[in-house]
Design a protein around this ligand. Sequence first.
Ligand code: NAG
Ligand code: NAG
Length: 342
Amino acid sequence: MKTLSVWTFGLLLFTFGGAHRHEVFPENFVVVKKNDPRPVTLTCNTQTEKVDSWTLDGEEVEFDSYVRMEGPNLKVSEVDAPMLGKYSCWSGGKMLSSTYLFQELEEEGDLDSLLSCRAKSYDCNFTCSLKDSRFTAVRLGLGQDCSEGHQSCQWESSSSSSSHDGELQFVLPHSLSPYAEESTMLELTAEAINMYYILRRTKTFYLRDIIQPDSPEIVRCEEVGEQLNVSVDPPPSWSTPHSFFSLEYEIQYELKDDGKIENSFSTLIPKKINRLRVRSRDSLVLSAWSQWTAWQNVRKGKKNRHRCKKRHQGDPQGSTPGSSDRLKTKRRKHKKKKKGII
Ligand SMILES: *[C@@H]1O[C@H](CO)[C@@H](O)[C@H](O)[C@H]1NC(C)=O
Ligand SMILES: *[C@@H]1O[C@H](CO)[C@@H](O)[C@H](O)[C@H]1NC(C)=O
């Protein structure tokens, strides 16, 4: 009874999931190029058994001059669409192994139009997303092992069933040192399947080319004469030490008088503003800008619940650096406490 239900389940899987719609990459597959007359060999995984037949998607394969057996294996030449699919070898009514015959998709355009990658920092990993709903299973791998299709390639997989808004997401670990000058390019290979068609593309780039920090954090604003000194911290996901991985900031603010929006690369901006927001980028490689932070209102007064505060009344402009630094530290600590960080 048990074996029967397992068998039925397997059959259902095969009928509805396995035959045409690949949610994962099959273990064994062979790729042919379109209009390539050269024969390909489909290997039967057996040492001892005598192979007596092959099936294609469940139908027995008839041998002719394009399809013939060579030992236990099947040799197929001048492959065209009806010959693509799942091949299985059999011995005395027992299936020995299966392998898929895919055709390579020939398309204009490179990977850049399909795949976008982004690193939030120089550390450990970066993410890629693929916007193409034609493919049911996609995998990405770094390095020559992957671009040359070796078994040793470490693939990162994703499938349409785990996509967000039709976008497949990948996290790719890398072993580049964040402190060293980046001299070797990353080589990223993507494979995507749709029915019996497979897309294969490799692209190369430097990690620094895909850097896009997260939004920075507005820590506080202080009045300095007629101006506002805005303090901004790097996002928590950014590489440390921050003195080494320096960010630059752009501040956008709305003037109180006329509601005009202005931008500043200096942290000193006019005092009379309604609200402001900030974005950041790596100042050395001039990376892509982060997203803007949310707008933050700037208000005066003791009951100011916003993060941008007026300087204390009793805090003279000319106080010694030491004491004012301490004061700032104190304020920061206080704030963190309120937010529950400490
Ligand atoms: C990617 O690396 C960051 C550290 O930079 C780490 O916090 C995060 O967990 C990593 N993500 C994955 C999915 O490995
Ligand atoms: C603005 O604030 C930073 C610290 O957040 C400080 O180092 C800098 O001296 C301040 N600038 C002015 C003009 O007060």
